[in-house]
Design a binder for this molecule. Structure first.
Ligand code: DX5
Ligand code: ZN
Length: 220
């Protein structure tokens, strides 16, 4: 039975045919919908916000994994819960009081995730790891789909896995950015539990088969 999860990134979908692309994910072997919210301040790009998330949650029948690339995310925690987010991930670099933010996310009934930029050391999460449901390791600099995978990610995943095991925590490790069939197996062997894939899935001519193949590789 497969245990490694695939989360297609809706950022790479065709927004003129959003419902069609969401139904494709529903039908596929994908496990989660990965939703990237960018504010043009924390990252140099603006993606989409509440109205689009509302449209997505209306059709999406799997776990809604929201990745916030915004400053001061505490302002919107309640609203993201009301819109149907199952997992809410904030960036370590965007939170002054990370522990408080994690508690606030959980108080709204969501799983709490923390994302790390490529330059942020995993050791910084040692003191909070038991409170965190998911750590998202960015394998590109956040802000855009279609970038090249940063090779140091494997080391970070291994280091984080050790921290999680030493703490006796159940935290999941998610990797986001430049994931393809070329790095998926090495990532899951290093300790990754969830792989986000945007361009690799949506640029494929057969997206359902591509997701199936990626899941097989991730679980090989
Ligand atoms: C980048 C986003 C990613 C992005 C991944 O800032 O967090 O989720 O959509 O896209 P690919 O898989 O194309 O790198
Ligand atoms: Zn993302």
């Amino acid at each position: 039975m497969s245990s490694k999860l695939i989360a297609p990134s809706v950022l790479a979908a065709d927004f003129g045919n959003l419902q069609r692309d969401l139904e494709m994910i529903n039908k596929s072997e994908a496990d989660w919908f990965h939703i990237d919210i960018m504010d043009g301040v924390f990252v140099p790009n603006i993606s989409y916000g509440m109205p689009i998330l509302k449209a997505i949650t209306k059709h999406a029948k799997k776990t809604i994994d929201v990745h916030l690339m915004i400053v001061d995310p505490d302002r919107y925690i309640k609203e993201f819960a009301e819109l149907g987010s199952d997992i809410l991930t904030v960036h370590y670099e965007a939170c002054t009081h990370l522990h408080r933010t994690i508690q606030a996310i959980k108080a709204e009934g969501m799983k709490a995730g923390v994302a790390l930029n490529p330059h942020t050391n995993v050791d910084l999460l040692k003191d909070t790891i038991k409170d965190i449901d998911l750590v998202l390791i960015m394998s590109v600099n956040p802000g855009f789909g279609g970038q090249s995978f940063i090779e140091n990610t494997y080391n970070k995943v291994k280091q984080l896995k050790t921290i999680i095991e030493n703490a006796g925590a159940k935290t999941l490790i998610e990797v986001d950015g430049g994931v393809t069939d070329k790095n998926a197996a090495k990532l899951t062997k290093a300790g990754a539990d969830v792989l986000v894939a945007g361009s690799y899935v949506f640029k494929a001519s057969n997206q359902i088969e591509t997701i199936k193949g990626l899941k097989e590789i991730a679980n090989s």
